[in-house]
Design a protein around this ligand. Structure first.
Ligand SMILES: Cc1cc2nc3c(=O)[nH]c(=O)nc-3n(C[C@H](O)[C@H](O)[C@H](O)COP(=O)(O)OP(=O)(O)OC[C@H]3O[C@@H](n4cnc5c(N)ncnc54)[C@H](O)[C@@H]3O)c2cc1C
Length: 292
């Protein structure tokens, strides 16, 4: 497997726009996210400010996006990206157990619905994990907590239940599905993760601490600090210039993750600018100069 021209992280409107433009320009790219595209598209009741599709429902807009992507023959790699590592003049993108190399990255991850819990970042890699496939094996026969933001990750919880002796499960959504007997579905909310060198417990809103060997957070997005360390942020959003360039060479960002207004048209416009930024960047690199 060679080095891709670009990896796009996120399948919302910003990612869709970036993918369409890279495809038109025949770039060799991978696009990470979900075939469902984005909950924030599907869940909109009535959209009145998207040009060309008056009074659309989220489902109508999603179907239009899907048809466009399919018609262009663009594939989606259904995986959450857990981290992006600088590798000198390119980047490594880690998605579950897989590793990809890319010259550029476009971040279109949207805004995180929930913040990280106290202790979460501190214990990352020492009992806190974002990836059941990568780290599940470490908890064979152990007791873990799983905090899950979206029903679509339930298969990961079922996978973990085949390994762990006991799971305290905290679904942050309504009507969770059925699980094996070793999964205790909890209605209360966790407020922090704590321990010594490694995680030893998860504390609930009422003050009770459940003893656990590890905690998995399965969310629609990973905190920016964990995804790509040294990425500059401003008020919780990725800092970009008008060309959608971040402070890291070859890394662009677009959509809600760069700031307000949180709107489809802004996301689509920024995705377009980021894709053109990538195309120009690759041209400059190929011509042997990184400065404009
Ligand atoms: C109920 C509702 C109604 C709305 N109505 C309107 C409206 O009428 N008009 C309007 O203009 N806007 C509306 N919005 C706002 C609009 O939905 C957002 O502005 C838009 O979806 C932003 O697009 P985006 O591509 O930046 O991010 P998102 O749509 O949030 O997409 C981000 C995608 O990236 C994925 N992702 C994140 N991290 C990773 C990772 N590490 N690896 C892989 N994938 C990842 C997520 O799962 C998600 O699929 C509404 C939002 C909601 C919630």
């Amino acid at each position: 497997m060679g080095v891709y021209d670009c990896c796009i992280i996120g399948t919302g409107p910003a990612g869709i726009s970036a993918a369409l433009n890279l495809k038109i320009h025949n770039k060799d790219f991978l696009w990470f996210g979900t075939k469902n595209l984005s909950d924030k598209v599907v869940k909109a009741e009535k959209i009145r400010n998207y040009p060309g599709i008056p009074e659309a429902s989220g489902e109508t807009l999603q179907a239009a996006f899907r048809a466009h992507i399919d018609e262009m023959g663009i594939g989606i790699t259904e995986a959450m990206v857990n981290s992006i590592l600088p590798m000198g003049d390119h980047y490594a993108v880690i998605a579950g157990p897989d590793f990809y190399e890319t010259k550029t990255v476009i971040l279109t991850t949207g805004v995180a619905q929930t913040g990280t819990l106290p202790g979460e970042s501190e214990y990352l890699g020492r009992g806190v994990s974002y990836c059941a496939t990568c780290d599940g094996g470490l908890y064979r026969g152990k007791t873990i907590a799983v905090v899950c933001g979206n029903r679509r990750f339930e298969h990961e919880v079922r996978y973990l239940s085949e390994l762990a002796a006991k799971i305290y499960y905290f679904p942050l959504y309504k009507d969770p599905g059925a699980f094996a007997d070793n999964v205790e579905v909890r209605k209360d909310r966790p407020v922090s993760v704590g321990g010594g060198f490694r995680v030893t417990g998860i504390t609930l809103r009422g003050g009770e601490t459940l003893p656990v060997d590890g905690t998995f957070f399965l969310r629609d997005s990973i905190s920016l600090g964990s995804l790509l360390p040294k990425l500059e942020t401003e008020d919780g959003h990725i800092a970009v210039n008008r060309g959608m360039e971040t402070n890291l060479e070859g890394v662009f960002a677009a959509g809600d993750c760069t700031g307000r207004p949180y709107q489809y048209a802004k996301a689509v416009g920024e995705g377009n600018v980021a894709a053109h930024g990538v195309i120009e960047y690759l041209d400059r690199k190929a011509a042997g100069k990184t400065e404009a």
